[in-house]
Design a protein around this ligand. Structure first.
Ligand code: FAD
Length: 607
């Protein structure tokens, strides 16, 4: 079973991606160039990623005391990805990019995530370099970002510390000016960093010539104290190996040391590290302290990081989606081939009849349809959000601003919804396999383990819920929420004209009104403790409402499709979502509206 027809349908029949080529920035592109990118990525994913997905799970990264050893397949996959040009796909032609719309880039990256999510860590490198293109100096762009886009260097994001995960205001890594003339360094104001960064993905390896860490740290005040809160956080480029102004390695190692590898439940193809900065293992010019170059203004580090959060979170949502999709395809294939049991019939079962394939059982179809509705719905959502990113960057002023606000509201859903529900899809994929699914002889248990990360990193589920209900639906006087409601209502108005979809359109209108009422009720006392106690049920209800809208909109496009089985499948998945999933919003919204304190008020001693 191939992913490509689903991608093609969503990109072209649903989102009309080809129309992007009418924009000045994308004017050299066409359906042919988009297809060529997808063809290349599909092929590399098939040849260099998929065959090694189990290998990178069983051959975890090893530290030999000097170097981190990764399987040769990881080196080959990394090389093939860099050579494809995908690291700089969205960049300008002048610096070797393709000026590809993000919508197509995201779709193309879906093939890699489905084939082997952890063998490549290109997303981090691209995110790192994109940030520098936005906030770095010309020298920082040339020396660091361009070498990341070419694949010569790779990048990391160093935010978390052992005591500061969700709460980044508690970061204690310190950055102090590096001697006389520190401000005049051609690579940016030069500091010495000291501190520990936990959980850093791709923090140590030999895949590239150099690793460019982007590190959040605080510059102490004149009394040597760190400013509390996020205001004191600045951003620094800390290369593993020092470079000159031409980007050449100087031969000096920077004072960044691997303290240890984390041994993870899944996603084992990517190293995950505890890094010590500035503890003197690799003194620079005779002194401890990792050399770092300030990016942007002091105290604005988190804003720089958040600038690229939307795309990073769409990337996480897409990874979760494609892991779900991988499990769906595997379990569909299994269900079509596994004979077991006999059909229930009015006169009882005929034990003499041959066994049927399990896809013939209604309950197995239920599990498959649930997976299809979660994963194909989530893929549509991610591509919709990616299309908004393009709108934000290339649309006229009004539509760009609308896209910005819509993304503010939709990003917590784009990140969290697939993380929860495509993980549930992975669990159902195991269930479809029965006992075999619980063994390592089949791939589905690995998909579940790999996917379990996504509710944790890039803002945990709980943090996303609070971001949505505590900030995003309120910001700019609720304008983002109103814009989203407008888009949902527009779909409802179209669907109501179609007899086959009219009832679903009405249901969605009703649920949307309930979400609006629950948002108001949650904030009725104006007390965040009341409102946010049930932020995750709110996130779930909001997410299911968004997905129902996406499915209704997709169904409108599917209606026009001539591919009968695909059309039936998409309309079936839409109906499944409305009949089996959307009613769950009622229970979630009940506790939100009541500002239910059952959890929040239970004393610790009662647990
Ligand atoms: C495999 C992996 C890769 C990672 N890669 C990176 C990386 O490359 N760079 C990087 O900087 N970080 C990375 N992280 C770190 C990741 O972002 C953090 O794990 C995450 O932010 C959560 O922080 P924590 O683990 O300290 O958990 P905590 O923040 O301690 O959270 C524990 C639990 O408490 C809840 N909680 C915490 N605070 C609140 C609150 N205020 N209100 C309600 N609930 C709350 C959380 O939702 C969570 O359920 C990675 C993590 C993993 C596991």
């Amino acid at each position: 079973m191939s992913l490509r027809p689903t991608i093609d349908f969503l990109l072209h029949d649903w989102l009309g991606a080809e129309s992007l080529s009418q924009r000045e920035r994308f004017k050299d592109h066409s359906r042919e160039t988009f297809d060529a990118v997808l063809d290349t990525c599909e092929r590399i994913a098939r040849e260099k990623y998929a065959p090694f997905n189990r290998l990178v799970d069983t051959q975890e990264p090893q530290f030999d005391g000097e170097k981190v050893i990764l399987p040769q397949a990881t080196h080959d996959a990394q090389k093939a990805y860099a050579e494809s040009g995908m690291l700089s796909a969205a960049q300008d032609y002048e610096i070797g990019g393709m000026q590809l719309p993000y919508t197509v880039e995201a779709a193309a990256n879906a093939f890699f995530a489905m084939a082997s999510v952890s063998i490549g860590s290109g997303m981090l490198t691209t995110g790192n370099a994109n940030l520098l293109m936005k906030h770095g100096t010309e020298a920082q762009k040339r020396v660091f970002a361009l070498n990341e886009f070419s694949g010569r260097f790779s990048g990391t994001m160093c935010l978390s510390e052992p005591q500061a995960g969700s709460s980044l205001s508690d970061v204690v890594t310190r950055a102090v000016p590096d001697g006389e003339g520190f401000e005049a360094d051609p690579l940016g104001p030069r500091y010495r960093l000291r501190g520990n960064k936990m959980w850093i993905s791709a923090g140590e390896h030999e895949l590239t010539e150099n690793i460019i860490h982007l590190v959040l740290a605080k510059i102490p005040d004149t009394g040597g104290k760190l400013v509390p809160g996020v205001k004191g956080i600045s951003l620094f480029i800390v290369p593993k190996k020092l470079v000159d102004t031409e980007g050449q390695l100087t031969g000096e190692r920077n004072d960044v040391a691997l303290a240890g590898l984390n041994h993870k439940c899944g996603w084992r193809g990517t190293t995950n590290t505890l890094l010590n900065f500035g503890e003197g293992k690799y003194p620079v010019r005779g002194a401890a302290g990792a050399v770092g170059y300030l990016v942007g203004q002091p105290g604005r580090g988190l804003q720089c990081m958040f600038h690229m959060m939307n795309e990073a979170r769409i990337g996480v949502g897409m990874a979760a989606t494609m892991l779900g999709m991988a499990g769906y395809h595997a379990s569909l294939d299994y269900a079509k081939n596994r004979p077991q049991g006999r059909p229930v019939a009015a006169g009882g079962k005929d034990a003499a009849a041959p066994q049927v394939r399990i896809i013939e059982h209604a309950d197995v179809k239920r599990m498959l349809l649930a997976q299809k509705s979660y994963c194909e719905g989530a893929l549509a959502l991610e591509l919709y959000c990616a299309r908004l990113v393009d709108e934000q960057h290339t649309g006229d002023a009004q539509s760009a601003d609308d896209a910005r606000l819509l993304l503010e509201v939709l990003t917590p859903i784009a990140k969290s919804w697939p993380s929860e529900w495509c993980l549930e899809a992975n669990s159902l994929a195991i269930q479809v396999h029965g006992g075999y699914g619980y063994t390592r002889d089949f791939p589905v248990e690995q998909y579940w383990r790999d996917n379990r990360l996504n509710m944790i990193h890039e803002g945990t589920h709980g943090i996303q819920g609070m971001d949505l209900l505590g900030r995003k639906v309120l910001m700019e006087n609720g304008k983002g929420l109103q814009l989203l409601a407008g888009r949902i209502n527009a779909t409802i108005q179209r669907a109501i004209q179609v007899p086959e979809l009219a009832a679903h359109a009405n249901t969605l209108g009703h649920v949307l009104a309930q979400v609006g009422a629950a948002t108001k009720a949650a904030w009725a006392t104006g007390n965040p403790c009341d409102a946010l106690a049930n932020a995750v049920p709110y996130l779930q209800a909001f997410g299911h409402t968004v997905l129902a809208w996406i499915w209704l909109d997709v169904a409108l496009a599917a209606q026009a499709s001539h591919d009968a089985p695909a059309r039936t499948g998409r309309l079936g998945a839409m109906r499944y979502f409305f009949h089996y999933e959307l009613p769950k919003t009622g229970a979630w919204l009940l506790v939100v509206s009541a500002r239910d304190q059952t959890c929040a008020s239970l004393p610790e001693t009662a647990f």
